[in-house]
Design a protein around this ligand. Sequence first.
Ligand code: CO
Length: 459
Amino acid sequence: MGSKSPERDGQKGQENANDPVEASSGGMPRGEHLATDGDGTLGDSDEGDDDEANSAALTNQTTNGNSQKKRKRPKKKSKKKANKQSSPPRVPLSQLFPQGKYPTGQIQNYQVDVDNTSRTTAEEIRYLSRRHLEDDAFLNDYRKAAEIHRQVRKWTQESVKPGQTLTDIAVEIEDGVRALLGNAGLEPGDSLKAGMGFPTGLSLNNCVAHFTPNPGQKEIILQSKDVMKVDFGVHINGWIVDSAFTMSFDPVYDNLLAAVKDATNTGIKNAGIDVRISDVSAAIQEAMESYEVEIGQKTYPVKAVRSLSGHDIKQYRIHGGKSIPFIKNSDQTKMEEGEVFAIETFGSTGRGYLHDGVGVYGYGKSYNAPARVSLPLASARSLYKTINENFGTIVFCRRYLDRLGIDRYLAGMNSLVSQGIVDVYEPLLDVKGSYSAQYEHTILLRESNKEIISRGDDY
Ligand SMILES: [Co+2]
């Protein structure tokens, strides 16, 4: 999920003063991509049939019995153990990994040796954070969430086609994530244990980020000329795997996608302990803007989007407070050991400046909202209780409320928003007629190396 850049990075006045496009070489893709090894479970062929997978889901149910009640039942029983994910994905991950040990992400070494004497962080904080990312149970849970992301997106990449509605696509992704977690998230508190990390983003073309289909609104049907950013999160105990990719069905956009993929991988490569954010941003922009894309006989430079940033991730907090723009800047803030970052980039054939679109993407309880608030409106009070029980500070959308059976909440929501208790997220758009792409991975800055926990053989 993209983090809106702080105002200083989104100032319109900067556009001409420092237009990086002028300086770009505009040449061919540099084509420098990282190896995507380190993921032994990827690339399985889909030879297992659905019956087999579903049968195992019956015979070896572990995590949460309730979550399975509404699922389609298999026709016949078999003692055979599933070792393949079904399509659509419905086999809980705990059954695919009976040992309970989940695959490690891609390991990358830091580019420069980490000099311990130059650390600015307090010794005590370093010690605590280091321990955190070196804790086996924590890592295993985080890797499980990442493997669920890989399996659900594999299905998305193989199955989503033009002609489907965005609602169907979003619901399939979300049902898949919840099934693989073994947690339907329908009982109070369940979605706080594990679930969606934020509203599934399905943003088309000049809508760069933060679009999700809302109930009761006109259905949008995916078209063969669309460029769709698919951005979804999986969390376990509030630790969110935030990862995104772009789908298109027309090779005309290939260079746009390649530019953004390269930019994100460049950001990942440059990230590290004690690395300045300004250095990561500069590398990202240079990679991104070395590409151009030809659409309808017109050549467009790929522009790095100014209004969004990568970000650190904290527990139950998708945007932890640090931002990594995709544009050169002078931010001397350093990345630190023990931190988790969502390294994401967005490129656009438009202006690279975004404005808020009509409608709502999601809502999130403000990080500094008080635990107890006095609300005059009964509907606001009960909605606040629902939010605290089900989401805490996890960003959610209207569909997530609907499936809990909550209705007529808009007046209550408006009251919470006007009091600053809940923040609203709007769709973010570039100019009409432009196209944009996004790639994103979650990385862990561990003591001895960085782990790109969401890396797959796809991106
Ligand atoms: Co993100």
